[in-house]
Design a protein around this ligand. Structure first.
Ligand SMILES: [Fe+2]
Ligand SMILES: [Fe+2]
Length: 412
């Protein structure tokens, strides 16, 4: 689809079909082009053009609006209710501050990425997958998530451009562990849930990359092929042997929906296994918050609000409830606006409600400039509060990970 957007919404990767104004007025000689670098983007932005036409069949679309005003009030209230810890909730695990986990999580992520790539390649070439080979990686991921649930998940979300399926597998594995912990599952079950998350999309090795990465809408027959990854993954694991039934089940049923509208078996409610109901939530959260070749990621805080709207039909409400408590209303790495008119980035969840995370304040809105970063625990800061989340791109902030993780996380 060709659509007109303001230049401020243009992003690297988008396909520009036409520029606003006369071609002679600006220094572009090509009729249509892909914005293939930050330099190219800057050139368009600096040219004084106010609007462009993008082709969403050839490049990413603009992200859904992230303004909180677009979210109905009752959704916001439901989310806040979900995020308030009740007395009978399991206590939060012994946690380390995200600053202490960031470097370790980065290392684990790098090693896991290599291992998952090798694993998928192995299965692609028809060699049986050995669960023993994967378990040490699952344990490392699980331990990091239990030390601090936000860091590894946020880092995995950000490093995604290529090899989406691999990083997505790691992220869903990590989310499954964190969610399982919130649901009070015992350690053995957490490992199993982590393994199930890691392998849930293994069936995609049988689907062509061109289809997996196809920009724009899929035709019905293409959907049909894509959907096969669920039972193909199940069959692959079954043939290899060694994986528990619960893991096989997640492969087959992570696209089932609570109201029975999913695939492949159109199961509903409790007929979907606990792990598959958990995987459905983790999978949708990670998929919507990831940059893909054909779409720009949603802000995690925005994805949670959209998922709250869908929760009655798509997800098990109790599991979705626990999921919100797991990641928080403002997950680690979220840019937020404070009542005091500063911008801050979320470090960790803290306090009785997930509305008061620990944040790093770094930008004064009235002065339009950076301030020396300082950490504020909103649970301990009476009078200060979050007004809402913000889109970093709209503020021209490109070093957000550096700010919260305290290092260069390798994102361009
Ligand atoms: Fe899937
Ligand atoms: Fe998935």
């Amino acid at each position: 689809m060709i659509k007109q957007i303001p230049v401020s919404d243009l992003r690297v990767g988008m396909f520009v079909n036409k520029l606003g104004g006369s071609w002679l007025d600006h220094p572009f000689w090509r009729g249509a082009f892909k914005v293939d670098s930050a330099a190219a983007l800057k050139k368009v932005q600096d040219s004084g053009i106010l609007e462009v036409w993008i082709d969403t069949a050839q490049g990413p679309d603009v992200a859904e609006p992230v303004a909180e005003a677009a979210i109905p009030d009752q959704v916001e209230h439901a989310l806040v209710e979900d995020a308030t810890l009740a007395e009978d909730d399991p206590p939060l695990p012994e946690r380390v501050a995200m600053e202490r986990e960031a470097a370790r999580a980065t290392k684990i992520l790098g090693a896991s990425m290599k291992a998952v790539t090798a694993l998928f390649e192995q299965v692609r070439h028809g060699r049986a997958l050995s669960v023993d080979q994967v378990m040490p990686m699952v344990d490392e991921i699980a331990e990091s998530v239990l030390r601090n649930p936000g860091v590894l998940i946020a880092l995995a979300r950000l490093r995604r451009k290529d090899h989406y399926t691999y990083m997505h597998s790691i992220a869903v594995g990590a989310l499954m562990v964190a969610l399982g912990r919130q649901l009070g599952l015992p350690p053995r079950a957490l490992r199993e849930a982590g393994l199930a998350g890691l392998l849930h999309d293994i069936g995609k090795v049988h689907i062509e990359d061109a289809l997996l990465n196809k920009p724009g809408r899929l035709e019905d027959h293409e959907f049909e092929v894509l959907r096969r990854h669920a039972h193909m993954g199940y069959e692959t694991l079954q043939a290899g042997g060694g994986a528990e039934d619960a893991v096989l089940d997640v492969c087959r049923h992570h696209h089932e929906r609570f109201d029975g509208t999913g695939y492949p078996d159109r199961l509903a409610g409790d007929n979907i296994s606990l792990y598959a109901r958990m995987a459905a939530v983790c999978d949708v959260y990670d998929a919507t918050t990831s940059n893909r070749s054909y779409k720009v990621a949603w802000q995690p805080a925005y994805a949670l609000r959209r998922m709250t709207e869908w929760r009655a039909t798509q997800f098990d409400p109790a599991i979705f409830h626990a999921f919100v408590k797991t990641v928080g209303i403002y997950p680690t790495g979220t840019l937020v606006r404070l009542a005091s008119n500063y911008l801050a980035v979320v470090l960790d969840q803290s306090g009785e409600t997930l509305l008061t995370p620990r944040v790093k304040v770094f930008y004064s809105i009235p002065n339009k400039r950076r301030v020396p970063p300082r950490v504020v625990d909103l649970a301990q800061a009476p009078g200060e509060r979050i007004l809402g989340f913000e889109d970093p791109a709209a503020w021209g902030i490109t070093d957000l990970e550096n700010l919260w993780a305290g290092m260069d996380t390798g994102r361009k």
